[in-house]
Design a protein around this ligand. Structure first.
Ligand SMILES: NC(=O)c1ccc[n+]([C@@H]2O[C@H](COP(=O)([O-])OP(=O)(O)OC[C@H]3O[C@@H](n4cnc5c(N)ncnc54)[C@H](OP(=O)(O)O)[C@@H]3O)[C@@H](O)[C@H]2O)c1
Length: 387
């Protein structure tokens, strides 16, 4: 229920317009394509209704658009997101995996949905810390959680979720779990690494599994083994994806050249690239390549590890909108379709960071934030030197 002044305005807008976004996700043989659509309310509403349909047509997008207009009524706006076929070697369309969630989400090229807001868990190591943050996050509507083998908290995160989900009337399938392959498990050890993550989390599947780092642990940046092991790791992730143990696969900290190398050789394209991104590091080129290739871009360290919350420009803009610095930084990302993973050990901040879907930044405000770009990294490790 929307009660704020902004909410009243939004409700009026929702009446005027429903937006259908759809994506071609598979091939059913010959030229017939299976299309998944989802009905989105206006982007600035607090909740989103998603419906997924399997519609066969021989001539998207025009025929598809006509069909959707007819079935949804005249006030419907239809936006064609992407026309991405799965590789030919995957002729069967996998059943659509839908989450029961009220969160805003993006559709991945795997056909699954990823919530635009997730909780980062780096440095939340103990049971108590995780319990406190995750409990607040579930209350606030978060349905995605980001961990990694390297964070050393997969087992505790799994335990906390097993305890908290039933208390919130939720099932495993209602949340989206992200984990990552550690750099020491690159190459021949990748399968072992992923199975260990599954076992630590205590899950039958992981929603998104990322190669955490383009390089192998303990090798010089120019060592040719990096490329060889990257390729081996990806082939293993593809096998695990085919087996259903991982619902989507992706990469993290890949530069444009790492990503192009992967896109040129893969059998299953990456669904997600997770990278540091915020107004001081807008990642223009990398995001363009992702968009072109149908790879969802996910930001980490959106708050600059807390440092951006003190930036005078960010504070000034937030003040003028009656929002907090964290909220405008997160809104800047999600308004561009970038998913975010803010981390906080404080329940109040976890809740604050979730209130980013009930307002919209103007083009001028978005530009003002983007103009802060100066290629500043708050994560000191830089993957650009990895060959
Ligand atoms: N793939 C990768 O290589 C990679 C690298 C880095 C991060 N990540 C992922 O991205 C997540 C987020 O990035 P991050 O942990 O680097 O940093 P971040 O989310 O940019 O910032 C976290 C910091 O901001 C503070 N904070 C959060 N919300 C706040 C609020 N509303 N008001 C005031 N302070 C607030 C937190 O302090 P309190 O705890 O005191 O609130 C914490 O110190 C990570 O947890 C991890 O899951 C991935």
């Amino acid at each position: 229920m929307l009660r704020s002044r902004a909410g009243t305005r939004i409700r009026k807008r929702r009446k005027r317009e429903d937006v259908i976004k759809y994506v071609v996700v598979g091939r059913a043989g010959g030229r017939r394509l299976i299309i998944k659509s989802h009905l989105n309310s206006h982007p600035s509403t607090t909740s989103t209704r998603h419906t997924t349909q399997r519609l066969d047509t021989t001539s998207p997008p025009r025929k598809m658009q006509r069909h959707l207009k007819e079935t949804r009524g005249k006030r419907t706006t239809i936006r064609y997101i992407k026309h991405k076929l799965l590789p030919r070697s995957r002729p069967e369309f996998e059943p659509v995996y839908m989450m029961q969630s009220t969160m805003h989400a993006a559709v991945l090229n795997s056909g699954t949905q990823i919530p635009l807001l997730g909780l980062g868990t780096y440095k939340l190591r103990t049971y108590e810390e995780l319990y406190k943050s995750i409990s607040a996050a579930l209350d606030a509507g978060y349905r995605a959680f980001d961990t990694a083998a390297a964070y050393g908290n997969e087992a505790q995160l799994g335990r906390v979720l097993r305890e908290l989900l039933p208390k919130h009337g939720l099932k495993r399938s209602d949340v989206f779990l992200i984990s990552k392959l550690g750099p020491e498990d690159h190459g021949p050890r990748a399968k072992e690494g992923c199975l260990r993550s599954l076992q630590q989390l205590g899950c039958e599947y992981i929603d998104l599994y990322l190669v955490h780092w383009p390089g192998v642990a303990d090798l010089e940046p120019t060592d040719p083994l990096h490329a060889k092991y990257r390729s081996q790791s990806w082939a293993i992730l593809e096998e695990l994806y085919d087996s259903g143990k991982i619902k989507a696969i992706g990469v993290s900290n890949y530069t444009v050249s790492h990503l192009l190398e992967l896109l040129g050789s893969c059998h299953v394209p990456p669904a997600v690239l997770q990278m540091e991104c915020h107004p001081k590091l807008v990642q223009k080129q990398l995001r363009e390549v992702c968009k072109e290739a149908g790879v969802h871009f996910q930001a980490y360290s959106s708050l600059g590890k807390g440092a951006l919350l003190e930036d005078p420009e960010v504070k000034d803009l937030a003040g003028s909108r009656g929002r907090t610095p964290a909220q405008v930084l997160l809104r800047w990302a999600v308004q561009q379709g970038i998913s975010v993973l803010p981390r906080s050990s404080q329940p109040q901040s976890v809740q604050e960071n979730s209130r980013i879907f009930d307002f919209e930044l103007s083009n001028k405000e978005m530009q003002r934030l983007s103009d802060l770009n100066c290629d500043t990294r708050y994560c000191t490790r830089d993957s650009t030197s990895i060959r």
